[in-house]
Ligand binder design. Sequence first.
Ligand code: NAD
Length: 417
Amino acid sequence: MSANINPFHTAQRQLDEAAEMLGLSPTLHAFLREPMQEVAFTIPLQMDDGSHEVFKGFRIQYNTARGPAKGGIRFHADETIDTVRALAAWMTWKTSLVDIPLGGGKGGVICDPRSLTQTEMERLSRGYLRKIAHLIGPEIDVPAPDVYTNPQMMAWMMDEYEVITGRHLPGVITGKPVGLFGSQGRGDATARGGMFTLRETAKVLDLNLAGAPVAIQGYGNAGQYAHLLGSELLGLKTVAISDSRGAIYNPDGIDYQEAVEWKRTTGSVVDFKGADALACQELLELPVTVLLPAALECVITAENAPRVRAKIVGELANGPTTPEADVILHDNGTYVIPDFLCNAGGVTVSYFEQVQNAYNFYWPLEEVHHRLNATMTRAFYEVHEMAQSRQVHNRLAAYLVAVKRVAEAVVLRGWIR
Ligand code: NAD
């Protein structure tokens, strides 16, 4: 992430442009520019050696006009309140774009998860949940995993919530393991949804993706599954991958099983035998057909956007492209699948998980895939057609679709007329 760019300012600037085109009143626009509710707190934690440390946490409910807040929890050393605000805003537009009855929220803890043991991670997860327990619930706000949080942590948090409330309520949190009221298909949903939008992009661009080279920045949940599903569903060839420690490149392709195993055993993609080392920044500028940012915010900026050579940028990460870079990519003819479309598969299946929890009746994997495909394909064409009809880039088109729905709900509720 570029250190000088504030992601919340980016999110607000993106909204401003859409608000003007939609002709929103100044009051409604001002209301949508800020979170409706935010909470910051400390979490004291006993470490394994008996000492104590204090961590800072956040939960933000950005907008609930269209339903309960929905959004992940990020554990990251560089977490800031403005990062959480930006992510919460993008969740609001994302749930609206895929037209599921939810609002947007986000949470986080400032910590370096790699320096915590498994037992410390469990206590921190439970400690975080205790601080937000009174703020969440299936009808209020439903957290989920994000960067450096995972299904096991969601299981601990769900358990902590049930201990506090004394009742069974698995729909309080999503992204749980399948063995503990999670949904089939949630694990790879973000990448799978992204691949569905990539498939449709290839159709509208009349591009053949079979054997086409791909570079993936970030090799966690979204990045690894994109590697696997890009190959399985679209025949793509992943030639470069990176994580927080470095990048690797092999123009003949990187084997998925071997790369994942290497990452699992060594903790990084660095020094993988089947590829050469690459500077992290160079990955973004490789001559590939598809570039998939799947790590953090603000990585494609005005500085490097002119050197991006991919035909398609599929934003699996939230907020990887700054507003200036958006214009440059658009002018250069790069087709950007904007974040809150490209990565909406995660929240879509999280919503399916909530529905299944509420009914206490669980769907087979095929049903999840079928419904996800339908949702992502519909949202893709809404954005694509908006971009064509208003002659704007895809991100602005996505904002026009999403913000209009949220604004309408705010007005219908009578919050602002
Ligand atoms: P994750 O924690 O599983 O993986 C993150 C990966 O990014 C790790 O491999 C990490 O090493 C890498 N990374 C961190 N800093 C990096 C850097 N500077 N350069 C290259 N790689 C770097 O997280 P995730 O769940 O895969 O999330 C990745 C992105 O996708 C985030 O922007 C997240 O908000 C977004 N996202 C995730 C989901 C989901 O369901 N997991 C849904 C929607 C959006």
